[in-house]
Each structure stands twice: as structure tokens, then as C-alpha cells.
Write a protein that binds this ligand. Structure first.
Ligand SMILES: C[C@H](N)C(=O)N[C@@H](Cc1c[nH]cn1)C(=O)O
Ligand SMILES: [Zn+2]
Ligand SMILES: [Zn+2]
Length: 480
């Protein structure tokens, strides 16, 4: 059942208004990983809650308590639960999204203020932090509701919402909230949910829409090496003391090879290799080496074989080195020996890996490698946030509905992909509710989520909004 013509016409006619709403959201710098921005994440929760209420959604802000971060106790941003419609004859879809964003500043290399939505009229690109991850998609759902309310159209399904403000920093408190809400049964917001839809990832390229049935998990690790009581002069102490940075760089360089092979014994080995049939599936996707190199901005793909690159991103684990806290990184040539340095890296996990299975391998490898250095420095290894990988059954009516909706809006059959990124709460929804979860992305593969100059194409925002609405009609049609 396609969406009514007047719905899609309304979306086109109100595109500028929707873009203004996205601009208002982008203007709130809701960076969850930065303690000084926490009031903005909370402000963003209230902004979104207000917009939902104006559209007739019954909402509840859930206090998730406090947590300790950057040496202070901080209030967690509230989660937003919402309910629209309770018709027992209709299917009920739970929508999840997040209103926090990654850090961004002009000094990182942005061409424009990251927290001011800039519209490039020539290309149709909407630049701003959170435009594609995940404020654009979250507002897409609001646009759908606004269209129905303004047109006096009945919603084809019941909707439930769960929006959070800590996704980029480990989704603290959300698993417990979901489990509590499920326990409440009839009195909870998730009662009667038939399926879940999440719009929080991206197409593989700039041409072909995708539906996503898998996500990698994550384990984040901090390795601290310390020794001297304070930073030292390298002329006075160089080659005379054990240097923390030298030890740390040795440890970090032993974690992964330049070709991506993970060197921690047992980690890569946990994953079965792909068989011929699976490799065929990767080869059939609309994807080229150019797609990854254009979006990365340089010819840096690990292989010229498309299936190898896709499998590296979707079905094998990857280890990335992120940075070293405490190391000298300013301009100029400061000749210091840092006293304490913390290396940060993460591994994206795939089934059957979990943080519980992989962390002991990481810890014992780092400890035994450190012992080989015969250093008098001190090593501390800590695990940060993490999450399990998730893979869904895509032979399900939820996916069938999304395929039909994509064909109706984009006139193309979507590719079925697994996402390299992580949304840890996805598995919690799947397991706690026992229902199918679908990822229905709005943005393109070159949007630059988490990167400088993040953007969402105007057409993806508008057609993506139509897609979300049309998907609701297709679910309703399957139910009928
Ligand atoms: C795919 C989703 N939009 C996303 O970006 N998820 C993040 C989650 C995360 C984990 N640590 C920090 N953020 C990701 O995959 O990096
Ligand atoms: Zn993100
Ligand atoms: Zn996201």
C-alpha cells in the first residue's frame, strides 16, 4: 500500500520548513562525550520532547541518573519515550534514534561552523554536525507525523518512540530502561510492539538505498603507561630513564598490521571465513572501490577487490588506533618526555565475538607484551564502553515492507547490508522485546558521519522522510 499522494506532496511542499527544524536541532551542540556540553544534550532532549508534544505524541522524559566522566559526576541526559496511537487493529512500530552527536569544531578542519546548518544551494547539501547522524533521521519521523496531523490523515500504524542522548558515548542507562519498560507489560511504553525500526546508518554509496540487517559490536580500550612523577626534559633524561611514550608506542604498534590483520592472538581466529556463496553476495552489491576512496577523500582502500573491502567493513572485526592522551600534540617542537600517556583503541566486533570474550585476550596480550619490554614503568589497561554485534533475519515482513517502500520512493531495489558501525542498544531491543529490528538509513555513504563537514543531502532528507512514512503504510498493508 503506497502512501497517499497527498502525504508525499505535503513533504515536498514543506521541505523548507523541515530544513529549518533540522537547522534548529543542529544549532544545539549536544555532544555527549564532552562534559562541558552536557547542558546542551539535556537542552536537546527538552527541545525534541517539546516538538513531539506539539505533534500530539504522548511523551515521558526518563531520568537516567548520573555517571562519572572526565573527573566529575554528571547528570545523564533524559531518554524520551513516546506513544502515538493505540489502535489494537494496527501494527505497533517502535522507533529508536539518538539526539546526541560527536564532537566537532572548526579547528578540526570544518569549512563552516559545525553547529550552524549551512545549505549549499549548488549541491543541495546540508552541512552540520548531526545532520545525518542522527538528527536528520530523527526529525524525519517528526516530519511524517506533522504531515499526517496537518492533512488530517490517520496514521497507518501505532508508533512508540525511544530517543536517547548518550548513543555516541556508550548508551549509558538505556539497557536498564528498556528492560524495566518491558517488565511493566501493559503499563509500559513498549507493550504490544510488533517490530523496531532504526534510522541511524548510511547507504554504501551515493546511488543505491540499503536496508541493514547487521551491526558490528565494539570494545573500547585505554592503555596507560606511566613512570616519572612529572614530564621530563629529554636532554636531561633521554636514554637515562624508561620513557612511557616509547613503551606505549611499542604496545600500540603490535596490535594491528597495516593491512588490518589483528595481531592479538585469538581475535581474528574467532570468526569463520566467508564461503563462496557469501562472497557472491558481496560481489552483487552496488559498490566499487571508487565509492570508498571518494568518500574517504583519497585512494586508500586496503584492497582492489570489492568483496574483500566490503567484508572488512561488514563481517570481519577491525582494530583502530584512536589517539594518545597526554602526548605532546601542539604546534612546534617541544622536547618533552611525557610522564603518563594513555593510548586509546577500539575493536569493532562481529559474531560470535563479544566484549566479554575478547577483552581477556586483549588484556593478557598487552600485559605479556609489556613484560617483554623489561620496563620499570607501570601499565594499566582499562575497558571503556562496549556492545555486542547484532545480526537480524532479513526474511521477515518488516524487511519486506521496507523493500516495497524503498522501491516506491526511490524506484530501486535496496541492497541488503551489514553496517560497520555500532548501535549497541539494537541487540537489547531484539532480545528484550523478541521482535524483528530493521535499520532503514536515510543518508548516503559520503555523508561524513563523525567526520569533518558532515552533511545530509537535501534529497535524502526529503525522500528519506517519504521513505519512513511509506514504510509505515507498507507495514500496515502487510498486517491487513
Ligand atoms: C552507526 C551509528 N550512527 C554510530 O555512529 N554509532 C557509533 C556508536 C559509538 C560507539 N562509540 C562511540 N560511538 C559508532 O559506531 O561509532
Ligand atoms: Zn554516530
Ligand atoms: Zn548514530
Amino acid at each position: 500500500m503506497p502512501s497517499p499522494a497527498k502525504f508525499t506532496e505535503f513533504i515536498d511542499a514543506n521541505a523548507d520548513k523541515f530544513i529549518q527544524r533540522l537547522a534548529d536541532a543542529v544549532a544545539i551542540p549536544s555532544v555527549s562525550s564532552d562534559a562541558s556540553r552536557r547542558p546542551d544534550v539535556i537542552k536537546m532532549a527538552h527541545y525534541l520532547d517539546g516538538e513531539l508534544k506539539l505533534l500530539g505524541v504522548e511523551t515521558k522524559l526518563v531520568d537516567l541518573g548520573t555517571h562519572f566522566m572526565q573527573e566529575q559526576t554528571l547528570q545523564l541526559p533524559p531518554a524520551i519515550l513516546g506513544r502515538l496511537g493505540s489502535d489494537p487493529k494496527k501494527k505497533t512500530i517502535l522507533v529508536y534514534g539518538h539526539f546526541d552527536v560527536q564532537p566537532a569544531s572548526i579547528s578540526d578542519g570544518w569549512n563552516t561552523d559545525p553547529f550552524k546548518l549551512v545549505i549549499d544551494e549548488a549541491t543541495g547539501r546540508l552541512y552540520g554536525r548531526g545532520s545525518t547522524d542522527d538528527k536528520g533521521p530523527v526529525l524525519g519521523w517528526l516530519n511524517v507525523i506533522e504531515a499526517h496531523k496537518s492533512l488530517g490523515l490517520e496514521m497507518p500504524v501505532n508508533l512508540r518512540f525511544c530517543f536517547e542522548g548518550m548513543e555516541e558515548t556508550g548508551s549509558e542507562g538505556l539497557d536498564d530502561l528498556i528492560k524495566e519498560e518491558v517488565k511493566k507489560g501493559k503499563d509500559g511504553y513498549f507493550d504490544g510492539v510488533d517490530c523496531v525500526c532504526i534510522s541511524d546508518n548510511y547507504w554504501l554509496n551515493t546511488r543505491t538505498p540499503v536496508l541493514t540487517y547487521g551491526l558490528r559490536g565494539l570494545t573500547y580500550i585505554m592503555v596507560t603507561v606511566s613512570g616519572p612523577a612529572q614530564d621530563l626534559h629529554s636532554g636531561a633524561y633521554g636514554r637515562a630513564v624508561h620513557e612511557p611514550m616509547t613503551d606505549l608506542v611499542k604496545l600500540m604498534s603490535g596490535l594491528v598490521r597495516s593491512d588490518g590483520k589483528i595481531l592479538i592472538p585469538g581475535v581474528d581466529e574467532m570468526v569463520e571465513p566467508a564461503d563462496e556463496e557469501e562472497i557472491k553476495m558481496y560481489n552483487s552489491m552496488d559498490y566499487t572501490i571508487d565509492d570508498i576512496e571518494v568518500s574517504a577523500g583519497a585512494p586508500v582502500a586496503l584492497s582492489s577487490d570489492k568483496a574483500t573491502v566490503l567484508m572488512g567493513r561488514m563481517r570481519y572485526p577491525s582494530l583502530s588506533l584512536h589517539g594518545i592522551e597526554g602526548a605532546f600534540s601542539g604546534v612546534g617542537g617541544k622536547t618533552v618526555i611525557p610522564a603518563k600517556v594513555t593510548g586509546k583503541f577500539s575493536i569493532r566486533l562481529v559474531p560470535p565475538q563479544t566484549p566479554e570474550k575478547v577483552n581477556p585476550l586483549i588484556f593478557s596480550f598487552l600485559e605479556s607484551e609489556f613484560a617483554k619490554l623489561n620496563s620499570k614503568n607501570k601499565l594499566v589497561v582499562e575497558s571503556g564502553h562496549g556492545g555486542k554485534p547484532w545480526v537480524a533475519d532479513f526474511k521477515h515482513w518488516n524487511y519486506e515492507a521496507a523493500i516495497k517502500a524503498t522501491e516506491a520512493v526511490y524506484k530501486k531495489t535496496p541492497d541488503l547490508t551489514r553496517e560497520g558501525g555500532s548501535i549497541p542498544v539494537t541487540l537489547t531491543f531484539a532480545e528484550s522485546l523478541g521482535v524483528n529490528v530493521l535499520l532503514l538509513p536515510m543518508g548516503r555513504g559520503d555523508d561524513g558521519a563523525h567526520s569533518t563537514n558532515e552533511k545530509l543531502d537535501r534529497s535524502n532528507f526529503i525522500e528519506g522522510t517519504k521513505l519512513l512514512g511509506t514504510y509505515l503504510y507498507e507495514v500496515a498493508a502487510i498486517a491487513a
